[in-house]
Design a binder for this molecule. Structure first.
Ligand code: NAP
Length: 481
């Protein structure tokens, strides 16, 4: 088992207190994966100093050169995707094919951002006074913090690091405590791609110590955070106290509305894929189905057919389509929601049980679970479970379906299945989410803005050209000739 370090100012260094912790494989919890720094405020201060010291030099590096570095990084991601995929699966459990796909996706996003580094960053305005020109330019924000979760341990940090670098910012990354090896690997690839010292720094350690120190450091001008709505809100409060900019990508309770759709088998296939990928631990996972009563029995039958095809197991074993939950905490949360669901009188269609007797030893395996006739007021219907549990809520008409879809604190993504253009348009207009997918599951693309509303997000959307709104600040320049 290897001991890993922080990456600060271009060097791999142990934490100030020289304390470490061990991560474990969720498929075999008695198997240690690696040892990582338990960093604290002093390590954050050193990383921010390194990022601050090279901030101007990196901002002055021509955009196309910054883009060239990102292209080399994207290429290295692509070339290492099998090796890197294994690391993801070992750290957080998702099936290997999904993990390899995640690395490929990160490469595509990095490549898009490489191109953004050569895009125009300003506008010219007509002047109201003769002999003047009026322009705006966009400048880098400065030092930005990247705070990321464990469920997409490669895409999440790359989605922050790549635009930060493209637009001329320097970065301090704080990965989730569960998936630090992925972050170490990203930093190693950046180093290989020719990253100058201090431009990206990595500090590994607990959220309460490392995250808080980053949020409170006055030199950190922007915080791009992906994670739960609870910690996101806390981050927003901390940033507001010193007027730092935030980009918050938070939780979801994403509905799939099935409204007089002819091809129910296709709807079921799309819904099951979007609900159970990553064992349901995706922010955009479909986590409730809202269906018209007239089609409900048929849809539930089709959902069951597709759920039965899921193969749960160690993500490294070929043929596995759903790995274990990422941690014992996630496993216990899922157990708790399923128990509540049973007690609430919802009809358990399939699943509902752990697949092992001793998860602490045998792995955090839970059956893909489907509940029907779920009460729209129940926790199953309203709260983010972040596991392989899909509740079905029956409604009488389109109006009620839209009302139920909006009846949650979240507003991240939604799918609508309908053959009626009018119904599709009505849903696209009235459902209060950042993203709507018509006639397919909640799969986003690598160059299209991504984000949420309500308790699902705050600040500029990530991915694609909107990333610029977070990673740059506008300056107006008036010139008298
Ligand atoms: P989390 O508990 O909120 O943690 C997210 C990150 O915040 C981790 O790096 C965590 O560090 C850190 N953190 C913890 N306490 C902190 C503090 N006081 N100050 C600053 N940072 C702190 O979320 P998670 O369990 O890792 O991820 C699951 C959640 O992420 C779900 O709600 C999911 O929907 C959401 N998510 C959203 C998106 C999106 O794009 N909208 C994408 C993926 C995931 P530690 O690991 O050390 O605690």
């Amino acid at each position: 088992m290897q001991r890993h370090h922080n990456f600060i100012n271009g060097s791999w260094v142990p934490p100030h207190g020289d304390e470490h912790y061990t991560t474990h494989n969720p498929a075999h919890p008695d198997q240690a994966v690696g040892e990582f720094p338990r960093s604290g405020a002093a390590d954050v201060a050193a990383a921010v100093t390194a990022a601050e010291n090279v901030r101007t030099a990196w901002a002055d590096t021509p955009g196309p050169q910054r883009g060239a570095l990102l292209l080399r990084f994207a290429q290295l991601l692509e070339e290492s995707k099998n090796e890197f995929g294994r690391i993801i699966t070992l750290e957080m459990g998702k099936a290997l094919a999904e993990a390899v796909g995640e690395v490929g996706r990160a490469a595509v996003e990095a490549r898009f951002m490489a191109g953004e580094a050569s895009q125009p960053l300003g506008e010219t305005y007509p002047s109201e006074r003769a002999g003047f020109t009026c322009q705006t330019v966009r400048e880098p924000l400065g030092v930005v913090a990247s705070i990321t979760p464990w469920n997409f341990p490669v895409v999440s940090p790359v989605r922050k690091i790549a635009p930060a670098l493209a637009y001329g910012n320097t970065v301090v990354c704080k990965p989730a405590s569960q998936t630090p090896w992925c972050a170490v690997f990203i930093a190693q690839l950046l180093e290989k791609a020719g990253l100058p010292k201090g431009v990206v720094n990595l500090v590994i350690g607990p959220g309460a110590a490392v995250g808080d120190a980053l949020v409170n450091d006055a030199r950190v001008r922007g915080i791009s955070f992906t994670g739960s709505s609870e910690i996101g809100t806390r981050t927003y409060e901390g940033a507001a106290r010193r007027l730092a900019k935030v980009q918050l990508e938070l939780g979801g309770k994403n509905p799939a509305l099935v409204l007089d759709y002819e091809d129910l088998d296709n709807a079921a296939k799309e819904i099951v894929a979007a609900a159970f990928l990553c064992s349901g631990q995706r922010c955009t996972a479909l986590s409730r189905v809202i269906v018209l009563e007239a089609q409900a029995d048929a849809l539930v039958g089709r959902l069951l057919d597709h759920i039965r095809r899921i193969k749960v197991g160690d993500g490294l074993i070929e043929g596995t389509t759903m790995g274990p939950l990422a941690s014992l905490a996630q496993f216990r949360t899922v157990e708790r929601y399923v128990k509540q669901g049973r007690e609430s009188g919802a009809a358990l269609v399939t699943g509902g049980n752990a697949l092992v007797k001793e998860p602490e030893r045998e792995g955090f395996y839970f059956e893909p679970t489907l509940f029907d006739r779920v009460n729209r007021e129940s926790p199953l219907a309203r709260e983010e479970i972040f596991g392989p549990v899909l509740p079905v809520i029956r409604v009488r008409n389109v109006e009620e379906a839209i009302a139920v879809a909006n009846d949650t604190r979240y507003g991240l993504a939604a799918s609508v299945f309908s053959n009626e253009p009018r119904v599709m348009q009505e849903c696209a207009r009235r459902i209060e989410t950042g993203m709507i997918h018509l006639n397919h599951g909640t799969a986003s693309q690598a160059h299209v803005p991504f984000g949420g509303r309500k308790d699902s997000g705050q600040g500029a959307f990530s991915i694609g050209p909107t990333a610029r709104d977070f990673f740059t600040v506008v300056k107006a320049i008036y010139t008298k000739w």
